[in-house]
Design a protein around this ligand. Sequence first.
Ligand code: BGC
Length: 359
Amino acid sequence: MKRYWMIMLSLLVLAGLVVAACAPPTPAPAPAEKPAEAKPLKIVVIGKSVHPYWSNVEKGVRAAAKDLGLSDDQVIFWVPQKEDVAAQIQTMETYIAQGVTGIAIAPSDPNALEATMKKAAEAGIFVTTLDTPPVEGSVSLVYIGTDNYSAGVIAGEAMKQLLPEGGKVGIGRGSDTALNALQRTDGFLKAIEGTNIIALEPVNDKEDAATALQLANSVISANPDLAGAFGVYAYNGPAWATAVKEAGKAGEIKIVCFDATTDIINFIKEGVIHATVAQREFDMGYKSVQIIKLMAEKGVEAALAEMGAKNGVIDTGVDVITAANLKDYEAQLDAKGIPHEWTTEGWEPPEDAFEFKME
Ligand code: BGC
């Protein structure tokens, strides 16, 4: 009898094992507590230096936050004092550790920043770039900004029209690593190829306005025959303009630069700066916030398609401004509701104002 029960018991154990092996895996027990609420969105935009250009980007960032119903704590804007790759990396690290939703960065050195951008992407953070492009093959999901090479070509064309006989031209820029500075310079040099314009070696101020002015002064005194000056970054135009005025050569040395901050517009009105390639930095800030929010809500592909990205780029476009079309430019900004501190009220362009025509 004992043996009979032993056999029955073994059979039962065996049957149990077979049933257990065939049964579908037991689902994990339901968590005792309610799952955590989805984390609120947090978007960080990292720029390159303290400058009115970046204040315009910030205005775009804030306008997007407001329109999209995001609070001030959910949308962070940060810039270092001047070009500072280490500070950009450190700031990214801080926000990676916080597990934010997305980071939009203008990399002052795209090679140096890529590893940190990759770390962010691997942590599930949406990484995008604005104003200055990332390295080729970057983890950046989209670049929102100017096509810098073409914009540099436009600046070079303007210089060609201002200096039909040619002459020496100084180049001031705020970075030797940021791709926007390099591509603008390349485009400019390409446009003046085959002319009598001789470009001097670019001088680099690392986005420090005081250094930019010092360098402009020394280029002007070292080259008494300087015919033109190209300002690659937003404070380079005013640096050249101030230096040219101090040298008593206002109007004589032709200045072509980038951006349309208040100081630049005032120098155009004064006839010291002849042409500027205005970027649409307000849009860069606005769209960077908008696309990260869309990515979080609808996925990357849907967000890129909805925002009209082409090959990973949203080209924000440029406007060439001279004294001849400044009033039209102002009207254009007003129509779009883009704020500006300057006005053309009470000012009229001189009759012989330089008019730029793209050839
Ligand atoms: C550039 C920015 C730069 C800024 C400096 C702009 O032209 O696009 O990258 O930080 O000038 O003032």
